[in-house]
Design a protein around this ligand. Structure first.
Ligand SMILES: Nc1ncnc2c1ncn2[C@@H]1O[C@H](COP(=O)(O)OP(=O)(O)OP(=O)(O)O)[C@@H](O)[C@H]1O
Length: 304
């Protein structure tokens, strides 16, 4: 039987290159105040999925709080998927793309209040080459930037910044993609092909203004060039991007092929160089504790 009063806190100690004791102590105090049992698991980078799966089997928590970057959130999402467990997010990574997308607040007390709250939203879950994706995956220069960052020694946002120019100089863009969806097969050339469940990158750039995270669909966005004016527009909440800059395809499933292998990332984790990607939206959603405003806006969207 499910324990109604159990929460698991999963912390990635290296994410974002920041100490995590403040988070652990604050979450522990909040759990004690609410008279909830709390169990802590710190990731090690190896065998974490198996370890978390077995903790879930043992403790049967009603909720899991995850403190880390997008990679750790995706890992935990894969563990709780189809298990009737609510996910709470304490952003503690370098880029925190998901937190930016969900409009999570900046301060830890506010983040903890939301992670423990009853305000939840069921969001779509994508499977890409059998990996879970909640936020954005891409093929091209952004994935290459993530690969270069992961191979470098400087962590945090500054580490990403340092890799920007070398990535632009050394990347072998443009890339050629063949995209097969329910609507047919099409070909496009671009610097970056994004598979977006969400709206924004961790930088805050809105790349998918029309996308809805709970509508049972995702968008394929092919960015065709490095048009600075169009890139600057993505700072806005709802940019109107030119069709010469980006082509958008909304779909439930897709196969993407490329003649040569292209760098590939999912939710901020570089995976590999690939020449074929298969994507579909699961018919099961994932329940996440999120800010009230975000939940209301997205629940209204589906009712429109
Ligand atoms: N204890 C650990 N030691 C080393 N690596 C770890 C540890 N725990 C998790 N990892 C690795 O951390 C990565 C996920 O990091 P995450 O996306 O959560 O944070 P991040 O924002 O990318 O942080 P950073 O950029 O500082 O790595 C995974 O590759 C995982 O294997």
């Amino acid at each position: 039987m499910k324990s109604e009063n159990y929460i698991l806190l999963i912390v990635n100690p290296i994410a974002g290159d920041s100490e995590k004791d403040t988070i652990i102590n604050s979450v522990t105090s909040e759990a004690a105040r609410r008279q909830i049992n709390l169990n802590l698991y710190k990731t090690t980078g190896t065998g974490d999925k198996e370890a978390i799966d077995s903790l879930i089997d043992e403790l049967k928590p009603e909720r899991i709080l995850v403190a880390g970057g997008d990679g750790t959130i995706s890992l935990v999402a894969a563990c709780v998927f189809e298990k009737d467990i609510i996910l709470g997010i304490i952003p503690a990574g370098s880029a925190n793309g998901m937190a930016v997308n969900f409009d999570l607040p900046q301060t830890l007390p506010e983040q903890i209040a939301i992670a423990f709250s009853d305000c939840t939203l069921a969001i779509d879950v994508l499977f890409i080459n059998e990996n879970i994706c909640l936020h954005i995956a891409d093929l091209g220069i952004n994935a290459e930037l993530i690969k270069n960052y992961e191979n470098s020694s400087v962590r945090g946002k500054f580490g990403y910044f340092l890799q920007t120019i070398p990535t632009l100089i050394n990347s072998e863009y443009p890339f050629h993609f063949e995209i097969e969806t329910e609507a047919g097969t099409t070909e496009e050339t671009g610097i970056l092909l994004a598979i977006a469940n969400a709206n924004k990158f961790g930088t805050g750039a809105t790349i998918n203004p029309e996308g809805k995270i709970n509508d049972g669909k995702f968008e394929i966005l092919i960015f065709k060039n490095l048009d600075v004016i169009e890139i600057v527009k993505t700072i806005q909440e709802r940019p109107q991007m030119h069709s010469d800059f980006v082509r958008v395809i909304s779909t439930h499933k897709a196969k993407i092929r490329s003649k040569k292998k292209v760098p590939f990332q999912i939710d901020g984790e570089f995976l590999d160089h690939v020449d074929a990607v298969s994507v579909f939206v699961s018919n099961q959603q994932l329940e996440i504790a999120l800010p009230e405003k975000f939940c209301k806006l997205h629940k209204n969207n589906t009712e429109l």
